[in-house]
Design a protein. Structure first.
Ligand SMILES: [Zn+2]
Length: 255
């Protein structure tokens, strides 16, 4: 049951037959962990907080830099130098005091991720390097938590939902393989990035996150596990491909 003020706040969700009261209760009960509070993490955080996700764990080891403000929309000039996890939690507190925002200032690696997602309904990964992405993927498979992975570079974005803990579903590692476990294989620090492109990918990731959270409850249909959506900002357009489960994958198949 939602309190009266919460009903009023989420009316536009509740009147959607695809969400309804039961869907809104499911969102309020959900716990989402966000890995990476940058250009993708900012809009993901804003739209998931606005959707009334009850608990948000905010994970990033970085501090706000002046060059982030061009696309990382939750931060302002006064946040420069402040840890992103802390500034992001403060943003949520200002926005909706009923939500539980937990700041975690840590760099996600193999060791940290091992038990990190125990009470989490969904992990959304919008970080900037493959080593973290793969550590997060392995942790999600081990802890049977779905993963929504989102990435952007220049004018191309990718958003995919993974449930590698299920026998017939690929994990993120099935898609990229083992070649990228080394630190700092990629980074958008040197590449150019149109701010709105990160926003498009992030808001699409937030939409897909709600879809995964409402599987079996609302009417948004298939959670689209194992499908990768590729967003092209130049054409512009969107195409979708299916990722196959790799029977030799070291992340989900014991290969
Ligand atoms: Zn796999």
């Amino acid at each position: 049951m939602l309190a009266h003020d919460r009903l009023a706040r989420f009316t536009r969700h509740i009147v959607l037959p695809e969400i309804g009261g039961a869907g809104q209760v499911a969102l309020a009960s959900a716990h989402v962990a966000l890995v990476g509070l940058g250009g993708i993490g900012s809009p993901v955080l804003q739209y998931l907080a606005a959707a009334g996700i009850g608990t948000l764990t905010l994970i990033d080891d970085d501090a706000v830099d002046a060059s982030n403000l061009q696309r990382q929309t939750i931060y302002a000039e006064a946040d420069i130098g402040r840890p992103k996890a802390e500034a992001a939690a403060a943003w949520i507190k200002r926005f909706d005091g009923a939500l539980d925002a937990r700041a975690v200032r840590v760099r996600v690696g193999r060791d940290w991720a091992a038990r990190a997602f125990e009470s989490v309904s969904l992990v959304v990964d919008g970080c900037d390097n493959f080593a973290t992405r793969l550590a997060v993927s392995n942790a999600c498979v081990a802890q049977a938590v779905p993963l929504l992975s989102a990435a952007v570079g220049r004018f191309q974005g990718q958003v995919g939902a993974f449930a590698g803990h299920l026998a017939d579903q690929p994990c993120y590692r099935c898609y990229v393989g083992d070649a990228f476990d080394a630190e700092d294989c990629d980074s958008c620090a040197e590449d150019g990035m149109l701010g709105a492109m990160a926003g498009w990918v992030g808001t699409f990731a937030a939409l897909q996150a709600v879809r995964v959270l409402l599987r079996g409850v609302g009417g948004m249909g298939d959670p689209q596990f194992g499908k990768l959506h590729v967003l092209d900002g130049l054409a512009p357009g969107l195409r979708t491909m299916r990722i196959a489960k790799d029977p030799a994958c070291s992340g989900c198949s014991g290969g």
